[in-house]
Design a protein around this ligand. Structure first.
Ligand SMILES: C[S@@+](CC[C@H](N)C(=O)[O-])C[C@H]1O[C@@H](n2cnc3c(N)ncnc32)[C@H](O)[C@@H]1O
Length: 211
């Protein structure tokens, strides 16, 4: 069982996660509420909290994550007739082309080396005119991201660093500090159109649609 996953659960379900109530969750909820999506995919859903931040009405939410521990936790906390959680890889989504009206992904892109590959998968599973909402580390805040680690090394865009977890143990994270231009091109080359980019804390939120 990975300490990174345990720390994520502790963070999201504890006081440290409350900062998201002020910005991330209202933004996600407004985006998801802007249309009544019939089916919505959350890529890298973690322990599943974002499923609770959107109004599903008659819609169906699917959350995928590569961590078995986090998917188990998501099922314990949030499984319902409108939600489904499964272990899967963001780079090889187990869905047919054009399966979803809407796709969102929070804090995943900076964990993936090949941003083009993830954008191609998002575009593939979105229906034509489908909507997306992506939150990732803000290229303008990479210094702050680097400062949050000790014993760090930066090779190209790959940052490896250590940080303390809730129980005082150390974990190593690998982040990919993609240039803004690389993110934009990957989105556009995948056949997606950016409608709006908004910065908050050390993140950017990118909203748009498939052509
Ligand atoms: C920072 S957490 C964000 C979790 C959730 N989106 C949230 O904001 O509450 C990033 C998540 O991405 C998952 N992840 C990393 N690489 C992945 C991949 N290739 N495929 C699927 N999930 C991945 C991790 O297991 C982790 O749960």
């Amino acid at each position: 069982m990975s300490n990174v996953d345990k720390d994520w659960i502790e963070m999201i379900e504890g006081e440290r996660g409350q900062v998201r109530d002020q910005d991330l969750y209202p933004k996600l909820s407004r985006w998801a509420g802007s249309r009544a999506f019939e089916n919505i995919l959350d890529i890298g859903c973690g322990q599943g909290i974002c499923s609770m931040k959107i109004n599903l009405d008659q819609g169906l939410y699917t959350g995928i994550d590569s961590s078995e521990l986090l998917i188990k936790r998501a099922k314990e906390l949030y499984e319902s007739p409108n939600t489904k959680f499964m272990v899967a890889d963001a780079l090889d989504l187990p869905f047919e082309d054009a399966s979803f009206e809407a796709v969102f992904s929070i804090s995943l892109i900076h964990l993936i080396e090949d941003v083009e590959e993830v954008m191609n998968e998002i575009s593939r599973v979105l229906k034509p005119k489908g909507r997306f909402f992506l939150v990732t580390a803000a290229p303008g805040s990479y210094e702050a991201w680097e400062d949050s680690y000790k014993e760090k090394s930066l090779e190209g865009k790959c940052l490896i660093g250590k940080r303390l977890t809730f129980d005082g143990s150390e974990v190593e994270d690998t982040l990919y500090l993609h240039e803004g231009e690389e993110i934009h091109s990957a989105i556009e080359d995948a056949g997606l159109e950016i409608e709006d980019i908004e910065a908050f804390r050390n993140f950017i939120a990118i909203r748009g649609k498939k052509h």
